[in-house]
Write a protein that binds this ligand. Structure first.
Ligand code: 13P
Length: 249
């Protein structure tokens, strides 16, 4: 069975004291929930967050990593380094990484392999830009991103892959895909997976939606059949909003 997940991507926000404060608030809000809960603080605060949330059911995950284990890659961080501070899930392929840091499908495929080699779970992001949607090519763009980044994997490897559809035009813009637009794309993605890997992978893979999810729209998005949760940016920076989204399940 696929799992419901709400993950907060903090992006480049929150220094150490802000991280401490937000985690204190998150712990106050956290009661029993019907989904897995994750937060992705910036790298320098992963260890603190992991320690602070050790006894909670909030998982601390990373926003990015390099595909090599170590070496002359100034400014980068590797899977073994993440593992060493308790982090076993990583977000890869976020549109901000693709756009600002020129991460290509080929590089992302290597990152996915590195993460899986170190027994990590991957939240793999993709999504079309506004021009793609206007031109009606959103499905082919998304299919290419998924197949180039992930279709070299074995069926078994998909046990550790979560997908996150994040249309670029909806990220940080306040403009959310409608529940119908999200469902239409998620259904398409599941169909693409099923065609490639069969029903087991198609049914069992969680597909999250990301892009201006907020307390006011989370419930109607999560109510859709093929939307298994959300990757939350801005609204994950306030404990109350984040848990209002978690409680939408
Ligand atoms: P917003 O929720 O701020 O639109 O960001 C979405 C996102 O990029 C999550 O990874």
């Amino acid at each position: 069975m696929r799992r419901n997940i709400v993950a907060g991507n903090w992006k480049m926000n929150n220094d150490l004291s802000q991280t401490e404060a937000l985690i204190t608030e998150l712990k106050k809000q956290n009661q029993t929930s019907n989904c897995e809960i994750m937060i992705a603080p910036t790298h320098t605060n992963l260890w603190h967050a992991f320690e602070a949330l050790r006894l909670s059911d909030i998982e601390v995950i990373a926003q990015n990593m390099h595909y090599e284990d170590n070496g002359a890659f100034t400014g980068e961080i590797s899977a073994p380094m993440l593992n060493s501070v308790g982090v076993t899930t990583v977000i890869l392929g976020h549109s901000e990484r693709r756009a600002y840091f020129k991460e290509t499908d080929a590089v992302l495929a290597k990152k996915v392999d590195a993460a899986l080699r170190h027994n990590m779970r991957v939240i793999f992001c993709f999504g079309e830009e506004l021009d793609d949607r206007k031109a009606g090519r959103q499905e082919s763009v998304v299919k290419d991103q998924i197949s180039n980044g992930l279709f070299h994997l074995t069926e078994q490897a998909w046990n550790n892959i979560v997908l996150a559809y994040e249309p670029v035009w909806a990220i940080g813009t306040g403009e959310t895909a409608s529940p119908e637009q999200a469902q239409e794309m998620h259904q398409f993605i599941r169909q693409v997976l099923t065609e490639q890997y069969g029903n087991r992978v198609g049914d069992a893979t969680s597909i999250l939606y990301g892009g201006s999810v907020k307390p006011s729209n989370a419930a109607e998005l999560f109510a859709k059949n093929d939307v298994d949760g959300g990757l939350i940016g801005g609204a994950s920076l306030k404990a109350e909003d984040f848990f209002a989204i978690v409680n939408a399940f």
